[in-house]
Design a protein around this ligand. Structure first.
Ligand code: ADP
Length: 500
């Protein structure tokens, strides 16, 4: 039955109609055949009984006058009835009196039937008995043995024609089913064809046409409505996508512009800054010279000398010290900006990166720092990723460097680098974990911002390491996240594209 499920709807319908008509035709014709057989048998019984009664009446004379020859002649006339094979006449006391055999035979006359009104089919013969009586006085019994071969012949002929008729009816229902199934299957097949065309061409402007008011008409209308909605939705989506693309391009160009501005300003601002630093130093040498010249002047100018000396030491030299420290700070900030804007400018191309090798390089670079801090680094086997080896090295170096910088002096630092299971098969997640001082929750989102430092006076730094790491990972279409508990340690999760 499973194969029916894979048949086309038109064959399913034809098969269904054919099966139903076949069952009805077979049941109908079987009833007709059984009915016919019963009727033919009844006809034979009635006719044989009638013949027995008529012949029985003719037997009255010979029986009353004990005329055996007359009876023999009379029974001989049965030859004209082809179905009667044998006939026997018995007198009242059951004694056999006369016989008729169509074919000369040595058949011993059977005992008289117990029932005078017998009619019974036994094997290929019908046995019929009738009483012989005159003026309400029973004289004997006549007993016929009739052949059923004619009955069988007629039955066979009927069955033959009925089977022919049945085959004809089945053929006719097949032709009709094949023709009329189209009323249902054609629109469904048309709809299926249109659906295939739509999904192949991705063209939602196609519509199906049907005027019918039945369920198939409703299905067609529903299908058209659905297509209309999809088309509308597609139009909106295309518009939104075009707008998104436009905004992205605008954002990209603005970003490039901004990076250019940052690069140019940080680069160009450094030369006037160097001038300020240089001239400031020049100024401080000159002031020191003025101060020593003042020391060589006459004693009678002592009052003025002391005053100028105070101005030089407390005002001018102090101010020059502030100018120097500010320009140094500004230089640091500018070079930080320059470093950040250089991310991606001097990069190598993207390739598959063997992270186990990369981690060996990172661990070698920090070997001295770990020894010095009495700390240890544990690197677990890592899967490869896809990106710029140089930049990824910088990300992990910044994170490991921070773990050393922000270690807790109260316990031995342990840094662990491992892989974290990712839901997305296209990316890998690495985890850099330390047991350092940790980061309070309210600062966790800020540490990736440029120049953001939690305790600027506690350690050296520019607040750039994580901003650079964030920019690099973002360039790789990855993410970097932090989980941290103050006093316990931090975990940095870096998601990068998996090696192809
Ligand atoms: P920098 O180290 O130069 O200050 P970063 O951008 O690398 O700049 O870090 C920003 C801030 O994030 C740091 O000042 C520090 O307070 C905090 N931080 C970074 N990494 C860690 C860490 N592993 N443990 C604790 N604090 C950290």
């Amino acid at each position: 039955m499973k194969f029916i499920r894979h048949l086309s709807i038109k064959y399913k319908l034809t098969l269904l109609v054919l099966m139903i008509s076949m069952v009805s035709i077979v049941i109908g014709f079987s009833i007709i055949i059984i009915n016919d057989i019963i009727r033919l048998r009844e006809d034979l019984v009635n006719k044989t009984q009638l013949d027995a009664s008529v012949v029985g009446e003719y037997c009255v004379g010979p029986l009353e006058f004990d005329d055996k020859d007359g009876l023999k002649d009379l029974l001989g006339k049965l030859r004209s009835i082809p179905t009667i094979e044998n006939a026997w006449v018995y007198i009242e006391n059951g004694e056999h009196y006369g016989t008729y055999d169509r074919v000369s035979t040595t058949l011993v006359p059977p005992p008289p039937p117990g029932d005078d009104d017998l009619h019974e089919f036994r094997g290929d013969y019908l046995h019929v008995a009738r009483p012989i009586s005159h003026d309400d006085k029973k004289l004997g019994t006549i007993y016929f043995r009739a052949s059923t071969s004619q009955l069988r012949e007629r039955t066979n002929i009927r069955i033959f024609w009925l089977v022919i008729l049945m085959a004809g009816s089945i053929l006719l229902s097949y032709v009709l089913a094949l023709r009329f199934q189209r009323i249902i299957s054609k629109p469904i097949l048309e709809l299926a064809e249109v659906t295939g065309k739509i999904s192949h061409d991705v063209d939602y402007s196609i519509r199906v046409q049907r005027e019918d008011k039945d369920e198939i008409g409703t299905l067609y209308n529903g299908f058209n409505n659905m297509l209309e909605k999809i088309q509308l939705w597609e139009k909106k989506r295309d518009e939104a996508e075009a707008e998104q693309r436009r905004l992205l391009m605008e954002l990209e160009s603005k970003n490039k512009e901004l990076e250019q501005v940052v690069y140019v300003t940080s680069h160009d601002l450094r030369s006037p800054l160097v001038n300020i630093q240089g001239f400031g130093q020049e100024l401080s040498y000159s002031i020191k010279e003025v101060d020593s010249l003042l020391a060589g002047l006459d004693a009678d100018t002592k009052g003025i000398k002391d005053e100028i000396s105070v101005i030089i030491r407390e005002d001018v030299l102090e101010s020059l010290k502030f100018i120097e420290s500010s320009t140094t700070k500004m230089d640091g900030l500018l070079s930080g900006l320059l470093r950040l804007s250089r991310v991606g400018r001097m990069t190598t191309g993207f390739e598959n990166v063997d992270m186990n090798n990369l981690m060996k390089e990172v661990s070698n670079a920090f070997e001295f720092h770990f020894k010095e801090a009495g700390a240890s680094l544990e690197v677990q086997p890592l899967p490869a990723c896809y990106g710029s080896e140089l930049e990824i090295n910088q990300v992990f170096s910044n994170l490991v460097g921070n773990a050393i910088k922000y270690r807790d002096p109260g316990r031995t630092l342990l840094v662990k680098i491992s892989e974290k299971k990712s839901d997305d098969s296209g990316s890998v997640v690495y985890c850099v974990e330390d047991n350092g001082v940790g980061i309070p929750e309210e600062y966790q989102s800020k540490i990736f911002q440029i120049f953001h430092r939690l305790k600027p006076d506690d350690s050296e730094g520019e607040g750039l390491g994580l901003a650079i790491a964030h920019k690099i990972v973002h360039r790789h279409k990855g993410t970097v996240k932090v989980e941290s508990k103050p006093g316990k340690g931090s975990k940095f999760f870096i998601t990068l594209p998996r090696a192809s």
